[in-house]
Each structure stands twice: as structure tokens, then as C-alpha cells.
Design a protein around this ligand. Sequence first.
Ligand code: CP
Length: 334
Amino acid sequence: MKYFTTVNDVHSVKDLVEDALHFKKDPSCFSNFGKNKTLGLIFLNPSLRTRLSTQKAAMNLGMNVMVMNLDKEGWALEFEDGAIMNGNKAEHIKDAAAVIGQYCDIVGIRCFPGLLSRQEDYSEKVLINFMKHCSIPVVSLESATLHPLQSLADLMTIQETWNKPSKPKVVLSWAPHVKALPQAVANSFSEWMVKSNVDFTITHPAGYELNEEYTKGATITTNQQKGLEGADYVYVKNWSSYMDYGQINCRDEAWMLTKEKLRATNQAKIMHCLPVRRNIEISDQLLDGPDSLTLLQASNRVYAAQAVLKKLIDYRIPEGGNVRVTMGKEKNLS
Ligand code: CP
């Protein structure tokens, strides 16, 4: 695997989850695998979990790690091909990514959407340009549209806590928020769930429909109570409107997940990727209660990243060819 940017980059989701669970049992089982290899972690946006868990995963594999908050510590980046750089952008992505590729064996990048132009955000301009010009394996640390490391840890969390022969019912439930947030976590959770052995429902207010590219196969309802009926897992997340791009069209506090709402569920476990706005998205009572899996999800981020980094270290350029830079469609160009 040269790229980890979407579930479609993964040959076998089942095997990758098993690898992650194996790393959880024995974190140092490949402690020399990344020896003398360098991971670069490039952040254009804030992070707590992704930064620390990916760094720890690399350390467990014996890798060296360099971290850079490129938005604050680097030069302002130009992305347009052929730009006459007479403005305030000091460095072209072509040069910045190519240089980072010289210093690292694998690079991770976090690049949130601007939420101003759907076309621009969904083109993944930053991530794709980075992949194109750095020439080394790339792991997404959350892009404009997807957050695959989070979704792998989420799937791992569901798998390790589910011990019945039947499929669990998993519900992604929209929650209110004070800010307009990306759709990335919701898109990503959905694209991983529809590829997994779960019964998957999404519930959100009208106007919060996600891009169908990620939700095909899910049951979708604007009736939250109906969506929650019989749920074994409720994944709570806010996202801004995809249709009315980047806007907040609903601030209805009634969508917050509370203990009362859970009566319709099958004693559901509560999930959230964090950071969470307490008592806006989910009540304290649920977050601090025995059915909250949020800490387990955060803990599993280390082992999910470890499984992914091992696959990226394993990558060898195919004989006689390069690999085309397209998210989820790795192809031999020879
Ligand atoms: N869940 C998650 O990605 O957390 P951070 O934004 O803190 O990395």
C-alpha cells in the first residue's frame, strides 16, 4: 500500500483490523520494522489525538519521527500550477512536498477543508498535490473529505466490543455544534461502515444529507428516534451541510444525545471521535457513563496507525512502473 487516504486504498479491511488488534495485544511485536526510517507528520490544522497516536505508533515500530505545523512554521503555500508568485505565497507545494519527500520515508498530512467551495474541497487539492509531488508513501491525517485513521480505529473498537454472532446495528447520529465543521469524519465513518459486517443507519436533520458517494448502502432517516431504535452503537458527530455547502442550517438542541434518547436503543454504546462539545453534542452523563467508548476509540488510534504504517513501510515500487496518484485507485502505470 503506497497511500492510506480512504477505505478504497485498503486491500482487505478485515485483515487490517486484525493487524491493528494484534498490535494492541503486542505493541512491540515489530519494534525494529521501521528502524532507520523516518516518518514526517505535517499539520496544516490543529490536532491532539492524531498527532500523538501516530507518533506513538511510529515509535512502537522503531521509526524516527519529525513533526511540523506547516501552517504556522512553514512558508505560505501556493497551489496553482503556473502561478506567477508575486503575492504573499512564498513557496509552491511542488517544491515543499518534493523537499519533504527527500527527508522522509513516509509522510502524513492533515489538511482540513476551507468549507467555502465544495468543488475545491472535494477535489482534495492539498492532499492530491502533496501526494503527487512528494514521491513517497502518504498517510492522511484527515483530509478535506475523509479521516481514515479515525474510521479504522472506530471499526476496531466496534469489533473488539461486539461478542454476538449477529451483526450489530450501528447508528451515525448528527449532533448540534457551535461551529461549522467538515463532513470528513462522517463521510469516512460511513464509507468504512458500509464495507463492514454491520447494519448501518445514518440519522440527521433535513438538509444534512452527506455525499452519496460515501453513504451508498446505509439506511438514512431524518427521524432520530426511529433511527436509534434497536441500536447497539451510536456514533455522535456534527457536520455542516454538504448541499448548502459549509452552512449551519440547524441548531436544534433536541438532536443532542441524552440518556432519555437511548431508551429506544439496545443499551447502546456511545462513540465520538473527540474533541467533543460536552452538553452540546452529548450530555456529560453519557460521556462519563459506563457505555461511553470514546477513550477506547482514542486509545485504539495508536494500533490502527501502527497497522497502517507497517503496510506503508512494506511498500515497494512495482517493478517497471510508478503508481498513479488517485485516492483509492492505486494503479501500476507500466
Ligand atoms: N479525532 C481526532 O482526529 O482528534 P484530533 O483532531 O485531536 O487529532
